[in-house]
Design a protein around this ligand. Structure first.
Ligand code: HEC
Ligand code: HEC
Length: 465
């Protein structure tokens, strides 16, 4: 207790000093540009010099950072594995995401979130992971001010050194979960002017507003989340098990996958004191509307999504997201997969698992989404066909280029309020949206959304005016 207070006092002093220094320096007129992410010791030093103390800095900033060679080791260090007498609570799994990893996530390549709820005996922590991206995402609370703090743990793999980079087999099987050759830990502060900025979604009202945890489908039946008690949750798990059988995922046994508890995350979010979800997805109204509308057309949602459903309740929240008033909304149907593509990728994975296909030959099992641009837009992946240039701008760019966000970084030079920006900036935007998708400077950033041909054309027309 005494030590905790002393540390806290020191930290407060440190932050006061930082503020004093900043006030004495000359006024900053220059916007901060994008910085390359630091690595290794240099990054740990930067991370640990901030006046932040929480369960992540406990692991990486007290003494030498421990080696982390696998996801299981990371879970162990962070206290996200059940121990005798320990209080870690569990996990939940989703087959559709509207986060940074949304393009990786489907029923056959889901996102797990380990949840350690805040209780008298332990501090809040949540960690998300999906195969396909070489990072895990963490939320904790800073003891200094009680505010949420977000971290990205990036890990490297031996295949990073290969000529063609990592294959789908290296990224989308159990291979990605171990054999790590190093980790770099980034605080949300390090990611501010990058496409990995956590705050655009977890602090959407801008600097100095409360941060929030996210779960858009906050209430039962928790569409898109694996859940034994709901029809949709079981339908997703059926797809999962058809491909994955009883293989372990992220250290969870095949049988325990079914123990996914979406209610654990929603209650942990509540007890951690997160502000409410903006533009929530109202699961218990949307699911019955989807089921009824599909049935009228001969469909059988949620198990069979070959006939897509529709929902008036959903349209209203989607419209708000489309206008840029909120982040992407989860899709109305439980499943986001195209039935034929899902079947092909499921067969491939089974062949791999049963030894008939080499790991290196595994296709990219993330590619299970439909080709239909309209459906893709509604899943948050592109912009809706038929939109005007102004509407494309809002749907594709306003998440990160709006007046609420940090005005001290170069990102703010572009703004969806075009009356605020000049010719030169518009030209810069035209150039950025035409970059190839694998260029790190392409807009919108690769992980968040892609423009359709039509959307790009409309936007270029608008920006050329
Ligand atoms: C594009 C929006 C978006 C961005 C950017 C984003 N998140 Fe999230 N995050 C979400 C959503 C939505 C969820 C809810 C689950 C889901 O949809 O996958 C979520 C869930 C989480 C969770 C689980 C706890 C919770 O809030 O439910 C963690 C931890 C998390 N994000 C960390 C991060 C970190 C760290 C970053 C930055 C590196 C980040 N997120 C960036 C949208 C985002
Ligand atoms: C997920 C967040 C995100 C989205 C969505 C996004 N951007 Fe960006 N944008 C950034 C970040 C971060 C930067 C700063 C880093 C950089 O320059 O690459 C940036 C920089 C820019 C710049 C350069 C600003 C300058 O003058 O330095 C332009 C122009 C731009 N974006 C245009 C767009 C357009 C047009 C869209 C929509 C089609 C878009 N962005 C969507 C995050 C985003």
């Amino acid at each position: 207790m005494g030590i905790f207070r002393a540390v806290k006092a020191l930290l407060l002093l440190a932050s006061a000093l930082v503020c004093a220094c900043a006030a004495e320096g000359e006024t900053e007129l220059v916007l901060r540009g994008p910085e390359e992410l630091r690595r290794g010791e240099e990054q740990f030093e930067r991370l640990c010099n901030r006046p932040i103390r929480d369960p992540v800095t406990d692991v990486f900033c007290v003494g030498t950072p421990p080696p982390v060679r696998s996801l299981m080791e990371l879970r162990n260090h962070l206290g996200l594995t059940s121990e005798e007498g320990g209080e870690f609570f569990g996990h939940t799994i989703t087959g559709h995401s509207t986060s940074l990893v949304h393009r990786s996530v489907s029923a056959i390549n889901p996102r797990v979130i380990f949840v350690r709820p805040e209780t008298e005996g332990q501090e809040f922590m949540a960690m998300g992971f999906a195969r396909g991206e070489q990072f895990t995402e963490i939320a904790v609370k800073n003891r200094v001010d009680g505010e949420f703090q977000f971290y990205l743990v990036m890990f490297s793999l031996p295949c990073d050194e290969d000529d063609g980079g990592c294959t789908p087999g290296a990224l989308l099987t159990e291979a990605i979960e171990s054999g790590w050759t190093g980790v770099n830990v980034y605080g949300e502060q390090d990611l501010q002017n990058t496409p990995l900025d956590c705050r655009v979604c977890h602090q959407p009202a801008g600097t100095d507003t409360r941060k929030l945890l996210r779960m858009q489908e906050l209430e039962p039946p928790w569409n898109h989340w694996f859940y034994l008690q709901s029809k949709g949750g079981r339908a997703l798990m059926d797809d999962y098990y058809a491909a994955k059988g009883d293989e372990p995922f992220a250290g969870i046994s095949g049988a325990d996958i079914a123990q996914s508890q979406p209610g654990l995350l929603s209650s942990a979010i509540f007890f951690a004191g997160s502000p409410p979800q903006p533009n929530a997805f109202v699961s218990n109204r949307i699911e019955p509307e989807v089921v009824a509308s599909a049935r009228a057309l001969g469909g059988d949602q949620p198990a069979d999504n070959s006939v897509p459903g529709s929902s008036e309740t959903w349209e209203a929240i989607y419209e708000r997201a489309k206008r840029g008033e909120a982040i992407s909304v989860p899709y109305h149907d439980v499943k986001v997969t195209d039935p034929q593509k899902l079947e092909v990728m499921t067969t491939a994975y089974v062949d791999y698992r049963e030894g008939r296909m080499e790991r290196e030959a595994l296709p990219d099992i993330r590619e299970v989404f439909p080709d239909d641009e309209r459906l893709l837009a509604r899943m948050g992946m592109t912009t809706e066909p038929g939109l005007s240039g102004e509407e494309v701008l809002l749907q594709a760019c306003s998440l990160c280029h709006n007046e609420r966000l940090d005005r001290t970084i170069t990102r703010s030079r572009f703004d969806v309020n075009l009356s605020l920006i000049g010719r030169e900036e518009k030209e810069r935007a035209i150039a950025r949206i035409q970059l190839p998708i694998d260029d790190p400077r392409v807009m919108p950033p690769r992980l968040v959304r892609r423009l359709s041909e039509e959307g790009r054309e409309r936007l270029i027309e608008l920006l050329s005016k």
